[in-house]
Design a protein around this ligand. Structure first.
Ligand code: GZL
Length: 334
């Protein structure tokens, strides 16, 4: 792109000077005209993507979608996995700034603490796109758009299923909640949406609520603790399928029947979750699509072409009952 062309000329001239005017092709690197930018030829877009980690089936599908879409769009992708640590994502973004990529995209592991590094990208004139998760910065000029689900609505849908499921019951309904990663937008917003809907009826009580960090292992561990500490559990609300699947192991380990003794509602609708739903171990799943790759690449090309893009792009998604899961499974992409 333009940035790389100017740096190619600069590097080429410097290279010639450094290699005694060998006319390029020398072995000292600079003479080969390698771009001072991020390489990839002078017309290929180079994207730096800082991924959260590989914590769940959703994240694996999201990564696959981004990598495959970049290849199909002819975009050179630099990709990093932060193992769910904010400091690793910040390091990756700084590295992309130093490499002078054309655009940066990332899924912020937590909502806060991004202003400094986003201002560094802004000063370097590298546009940023948020995917999947949001940041809580009041300065909306720090990124071009936020592409991802409405997590509050996902929480509301989970709550509404519960209200409908227990509409004829007068007895208290004891709920335990496996929250997503502490401080993350999906955890904060799914909790808020769920509470907004069930809070209207005092029979619904959240007896225990703790983070399972979106992983199966932690979901199982926390559910085991809930089963020991909470005398009567009617419902589990897990912020993602993976924690729900871990909780199923704990419930079965305690000699109870998931989906019957304890009803389970989760969010994501990844293949393993949909299989558990079809098998009757989960009762309802709210979809959260990880297939953000094509839209991300399209938005990136528009941003770099100087076109206006919507500041917020909400992904389309639905919900699944056990019957609907049986129908959907054969064609499920993730
Ligand atoms: C939601 C995404 C969440 C998923 C989890 O968009 O950020 O992170 O619900 C994943 O499965 O770990």
């Amino acid at each position: 792109m333009l940035r790389k062309l100017s740096s190619l000329i600069l590097v080429g001239v410097a290279g010639l000077a450094m290699s005694g005017c060998s006319g390029g092709g020398g072995t000292d690197g600079a003479a080969t005209g390698s771009s001072a930018g991020a390489g990839g030829g002078n017309d290929k877009i180079v994207m730096g993507f800082a991924q959260v980690g590989a914590e769940s089936g959703w994240r694996t599908a999201n990564t696959k979608s981004i990598q495959e879409s970049a290849a199909q769009a002819g975009i050179e992708l630099k990709f990093s996995d932060a193992q769910q640590k904010q400091e690793n994502q910040i390091k990756a973004i700084r590295s992309y700034i130093q490499q002078k990529v054309d655009i940066i995209a990332f899924s912020p592991v937590v909502e806060s603490g991004w202003d400094t590094v986003l201002k560094e990208a802004q000063r370097a004139k590298i546009p940023v796109i948020l995917t999947d998760r949001a940041v809580d910065s009041p300065d909306k000029s720090l990124y071009k758009t936020f592409l991802g689900s409405d997590f509050v609505e996902e929480g509301r849908k989970a709550g509404q299923w519960l209200v409908d499921e227990y509409k004829d019951s007068k007895d208290p309904v004891n709920i335990v909640e496996l929250q997503g990663t502490t401080g993350s937008a999906p955890a904060n917003d799914r909790k808020a949406g769920f509470q907004e809907v069930i809070g209207a009826d005092p029979k619904f009580k959240i007896a225990a609520s703790q983070t399972g960090d979106f992983t199966r292992a932690k979901g199982k561990e926390v559910m085991e603790a809930f089963l020991k500490s909470t005398p009567k559990i009617d419902v589990l609300f897990a912020h993602n399928d993976d924690m729900g699947l871990g909780a199923i192991e704990a419930i079965e380990g305690a000699g109870k029947v998931p989906g019957k003794d304890i009803k389970i509602v989760t969010i994501d609708a990844v293949k393993d979750g949909m299989q558990a739903l079809a098998d009757g171990k989960i009762n309802y799943i709210v979809e959260c699509s990880p297939l953000l790759g094509p839209q991300l690449m399209d938005l990136s090309k528009k941003v770099l072409a100087g076109e206006q893009v919507e500041p917020r792009v909400v992904t389309e998604e639905t919900t699944f009952t056990q019957e609907q899961a049986k129908q959907a499974l054969p064609e499920r992409k993730y």
